[in-house]
Every structure is written in C-alpha cells, then in structure tokens.
Design a binder for this molecule. Structure first.
Ligand SMILES: Cc1ncc(COP(=O)(O)O)c(C=O)c1O
Length: 481
C-alpha cells in the first residue's frame, strides 16, 4: 500500500463504540455492513477526522462485543470504499476522503445531489450583494487606521445595541463586542470564565459544538434534561444548587435542537434561580431572530432583561443573514465585555473590517429583509412538517415556533441506523445522539429546513424510502438506549 502513514490521533475502542451508538440493524443481518455504514457516517460528519488511527481489530471486537471476523469484514468494506487505509504493523486509519466530501466533511450538494438536512445554515439573502457594494464605498474611511479592533467597529456595535433595546433590553454600544461568529463568542467566554475541571450546566439535548467547546476547555458538562414541552426549571434550579456550576449555557430562544422557546414567565423563574444561586449564564441567542410566527420584537424580551449582571449573551449573523459573514457578538456588563476583548488578544485580535461593514449595511434598516426571511423559513418549515406527517405518520413531528430545524420523535430507537441508511438514498442526516451531552436520544432526529421547499419535499421522500429499508428488530435495541 502506498498510503503515507497517518498524522492524526488514536481513538480508543470504548470511545469509538460510544460514538457508533446504536448501529445494529437486528441480530440476523450482515453486521459488518451495518457497522461499516455507521462508521462511514462518523467520517461524513467529521467526527472521525482524516488521519485518525482506529483501534486494533481485537480491541474493537471486544468493545463492540462482536467476533473479530465481523470487524475484519467491516474494515475490508471501508477499505474498498477508500475510507480507510491499513498497513501491516501500523493498523488502520481514516483516509482523506475524496472529492465527494465538502470542506466540512459533509457530502457537497451540487456535485452529487445529496440533500443535506444535517446543517441548519441558510443561503445568503439576495440583499447581500448590494450590502457588499455599499460597504466597499465605506471602506476607504477605515484604511488609514490599523484595521485591528478587538471590540469591533463602533458603528456595528451601535446597530446591535439598538436591536437589543428594541427587543426590550436597553443596551449601549459599550456593552457589545463583535466576534467572528457565535461559536467564537462561546470560545472566548469559556476561555475567560471557566477553569479546567469546573462545571458548566447545559440543556440536554443541546447544540453539539457547545458541548465540544466545553470539553475542549477541559470543563465538565452537566446536562439537565429538557421536559417534553420546555425547560425543567425546578430541575435546573436544583442542579444549580447541588452542583454549583461555574456557568450555565442556555438557549432560551428556539432552542437547538428542540426549537422550543422559554416563555416570559419561565424567563422570570430562570432568572430568579440564577440570582438565588449567583450563577452566571451564557445565553446563546443565535436563533433568536428566527421567530417564524411573529416578530421577535413582540416576543419575550432577552433573558438578560430579567437578570442583568448575571447574563452574558452571544448572538450571530449566521442564521438571520449568512454564516459566511462569520460575525457574531457578545453582549453583557461593560467590565466583562472589556475583559473579553482583552482575552481576544491571544486568539485573533479582531474580526474583518470589511465584513463588519457589510453587516452594518444589512442591519441599517433590517426589518423588511428580516420579515421576508422569516416568512420564507416559515414556508419551508410548513412544507417539511406536512411532507413528513404525510410520509412518516408513525413519527411525531412538531411544528416549532422558530429556528431552522424540526426535532422529530421517531417510531423506534433507530436514529443512527436511519442516518447511516439515508446516505444510500442521497440524504445527509445527523442522528439524535449527536445532540445528547452523553449520547442517547436514539428515538430522535433533527432535520434542518434551511433549504428550498422543493428540495425539502424530495428530502421527505428520500427519508421515507430510507426508513422503509430498516427492518423492525427494535426490541433488542431498546436495552441499549
Ligand atoms: C445554538 C447555536 N449556537 C452557535 C452556533 C454557531 O454560530 P456561528 O455561525 O455564529 O458561529 C450555531 C450554529 O449552528 C447554533 O445553532
């Protein structure tokens, strides 16, 4: 074999077994095929990066409670698909996937027509091009300076502050710093506020990259289960008291992945619990502008309005406008914002001036644009909900009031197997366990509706076909979910 040796890390057999989740498609089927499909899914999602060395066959067989022959057959399959390479004495490793993979490890849409319901990230609005032109004309006003602004451009901070004030949270520009997206904002906040070993409370299910960020900061995630229709506020308060986390990471507005929104009364209760336990909250408002049944200005005020001083809010341009701008922000007490800007010096020194000018243009009179986008996504949501209810009547498909995805309850613990099967039907899914702080959630599937309605109708057809290929055999799986 002419493959170069891998440069990636090694994954342990128990960890790989955890990541694989419920991959079995019943005791009597070709288990090596099911296992290969589940492992392929992990590669597609980027959860097993290229170069990762796989455990020895014997260890993997033991961790998965399988015969070594099954594991060998699985590796043979993956080798045939060019997903792994092996060398005697060096074992097997994930190879750099070929052209079918996009930059994030997802199969790219235009080339192979796979539909991606895994990513809840919309295309840019048509207005973006005009905003770029206008920003270009403003750029000369900035060219004589250094271009570094750790807090962000004052004019953009003003726009963001105005938006918070309109939503019922009076805010000055000195309470806002611009970041390179909400994910960057979370990383900055974790860097400043959380020491290794400290605990961070979060909702379960939740946004997986936040969990990864918390783990990367060597902090300990403490999940509190969401109730079927919202937040278990007594459970959150009891955990705040008993575990005394350093931080609570919360998504009260169109929670990712459930799509739920915390009511005004719930916000009052949650804020009171934060005050009583003197806990700082990091509130992720990435989806807050995507109120699909109304105007967010008329919705419940931001959580910070109920616990000013204890809440640091992260926001983003990615969902309401475009992820490619890579812009977000943090809003909080002036002193805390200054400290966060200080932390930034060791990371990236500031966000792109030109992109900030583009966002400033888009936020100068944002109402018509935002209203049109909300209406567009509401239509997309309804198309997908209706198609799923018609094609998969045994599933429970709720219509969320906002956000960009549906959180569907399946008719069995099949999420991982379904995502693996869907690849063969030209559909990229992210299975429910990805949203569980410690896995689980095999009965759940998050489906993004950030696509054109016609694509969503076709996606529902493909999903129904993929689901039909799964044989019953769920009884033995119940034991492991
Ligand atoms: C809840 C939540 N927070 C943060 C992010 C990341 O946003 P950004 O693109 O601004 O980094 C996402 C993106 O999916 C998200 O859903």
């Amino acid at each position: 074999m002419s493959q170069a040796l891998p440069t990636g890390g090694r994954i342990s057999a128990p960890h790989l077994a955890d990541l694989l989740g419920c991959w079995r498609d019943g005791p009597n089927r070709a288990q090596s095929a099911d296992l290969a499909a589940a492992l392929r899914l992990l590669v597609l999602e980027g959860r097993l990066p290229a170069g990762t060395r796989l455990p020895a066959e014997r260890e993997l067989a033991q961790a998965l409670n399988l015969s070594r022959t099954t594991v060998t057959a699985m590796l043979d399959r993956l080798r045939e698909q060019d997903l792994i390479a092996s060398r005697r004495g060096a074992g097997s490793w994930i190879t750099l996937p070929g052209k079918e993979f996009g930059p994030q490890g997802f199969t790219s849409l235009p080339e192979d027509e796979t539909i991606n319901l895994a990513q809840a990230t919309p295309a840019a609005p048509a207005e973006l091009a005009a905003a770029v032109d206008a920003a270009r004309l403003r750029l000369p006003g900035y060219l004589s300076g250094p271009g570094y602004a750790p807090m962000g451009l004052p004019v953009l901070r003003e726009r963001i502050a105005e938006r918070y004030t309109r939503r019922g949270l009076p805010t000055g520009p000195d309470q806002v710093m611009i970041t390179s997206g909400a994910q960057h904002a979370l990383a900055l906040a974790l860097r400043l506020l959380v020491m290794p070993g400290q605990r961070v409370l979060l909702e379960n299910p939740t946004y997986p990259n936040a969990v990864d960020g918390i783990r990367a900061a060597h902090a300990q995630p403490v999940p509190v289960a969401m109730a079927p229709d919202g937040w278990d506020l007594p459970g959150i308060e009891a955990t705040l008291r008993q575990v005394a986390p350093r931080l609570a990471y919360l998504i009260p507005d169109f929670q990712n992945p459930t799509g739920l929104r915390l009511s005004t009364q719930g916000r009052e209760q949650l804020a009171a619990a934060l005050r009583r336990t003197r806990t700082l909250a990091l509130v992720d408002e990435t989806l807050a502008e995507l109120d699909l049944d109304g105007d967010p200005v008329d919705g419940p005020p931001p959580l910070a309005a109920f616990a000013e001083g204890l809440v640091l809010t992260a926001g983003s341009a990615s969902k309401m406008l475009w992820g490619g701008l890579r812009l977000g922000w943090l809003r909080g007490p002036v002193e805390l914002i200054r400290q966060l800007a200080g932390v930034r010096a060791s990371i990236d020194l500031g966000s792109s001036v030109l992109d900030q000018l583009v966002l400033t243009e888009l936020l100068t009179d944002p109402e018509p644009l935002l209203a049109r986008r909300r209406a567009h996504f509401a239509t997309a949501r309804d198309v997908l909900v209706d198609a799923l209810r018609a094609r998969l009547p045994a599933w429970t498909v709720r219509r969320p009031a906002g956000g960009l995805s549906l959180w569907c309850e399946l008719d069995g613990p099949i999420s991982t197997r379904l995502a693996a099967a869907a690849i063969n039907h030209g559909l990229h899914l992210v299975p429910g366990p990805r949203f569980g702080v410690n896995g689980g959630l095999e009965r759940w599937l998050r489906l993004s509706f950030a696509q054109e309605p016609a694509v969503l109708t076709e996606a529902a057809n493909r999903l129904a076909r993929a689901a039909a290929t799964l044989t019953g055999a769920t009884d033995d799986l119940l034991a492991v979910t």
